[in-house]
Design a protein around this ligand. Structure first.
Ligand SMILES: [Zn+2]
Length: 249
């Protein structure tokens, strides 16, 4: 689904209701910088999901081999479970925070909360995190160029440790790929799992509110907004400044 001149939605499962791909996939975005493509997050990797994402990419007329970059927001299974499969299908370089890269290298289902989420029935009983070595590390402010689009990594822990958001600067737009740190209408997703931290969330929302005007807000689940995203980020920031946790997604 084409969202803007540079952004397509190519995955999204039952959480958030996009229904593009099977399973509990996060929203998966394709960045078209003109002659270069990047994926932001990879879905859960459950049976049929990587293939469905690939079909959405090729269905828009793109070649899988033109996806040279995969950026990961955070270590949860619905965002990184498909990383190994999609890296193999595309040949892309994968980038993530040091913590997320470490989880993938070790297929660490404890730190990533995948084991407890599976036990809680959030993932299928046979869900396993496929290991992926060689993930390149993104430090604070590191950027990746995808044709005419520059994607800058912004550490935004809170929903998860090692969580990154990506500020995409295109010729005519500034968009935020927010993972699970903030959603439409300033909602947040706090969970009773290790690594989820209210105070870190508050600081991350303040940081995002300090980025200045943002056009599109493309979160890890649910609704996207194509213009006026600053209003949604500021809505969350107003709660934080009143010492409240913003409302739940
Ligand atoms: Zn998450």
């Amino acid at each position: 689904m084409k969202l803007t001149d540079t952004t397509y939605l190519v995955g999204g499962g039952t959480w958030g209701g996009m229904g593009l791909t099977p399973g509990p996939d996060c929203n998966v975005y394709l960045i078209d910088g003109g002659g270069a493509l990047a994926l932001i997050d990879t879905g859960s990797g459950v049976a049929g999901s990587p293939e469905a994402i690939a079909r959405w990419i090729t269905g828009h007329g793109f070649a899988l081999s033109d996806v040279g970059t995969i950026l990961l927001t955070h270590m949860h299974g619905d965002h990184v479970g498909g990383a190994a499969a999609l890296a193999a299908m595309t040949g892309a370089e994968v980038f993530a925070s040091p913590l997320t890269a470490g989880v993938l290298a070790a297929a660490d289902e404890e730190v990533s909360s995948i084991r407890i989420a599976r036990d809680a029935g959030i993932y299928p009983a046979d869900f396993r995190l496929a290991p992926l070595a060689g993930v390149k590390l993104l430090d604070d402010g590191a950027s990746v160029t995808v044709g005419a689009v520059t994607l800058t990594a912004i550490p935004t822990p809170g929903h998860s440790e090692g969580h990154l958001s990506f500020l995409a600067t295109a010729p005519k737009r500034r968009d935020l790929f927010a993972g699970d740190i903030v959603f439409w209408r300033g909602r947040v997703l706090m969970q009773a799992i290790p690594g989820c931290d209210v105070m870190a969330t508050a600081r991350s929302i303040e940081r995002l509110a300090g980025l200045g005007p943002i056009d599109g807000l493309f979160p890890g689940h649910g609704a996207v907004t194509l213009s006026g995203a600053t209003r949604h980020i500021n809505s969350a920031a107003e709660h934080v400044r009143a010492l409240r946790v913003p409302p739940a997604l």
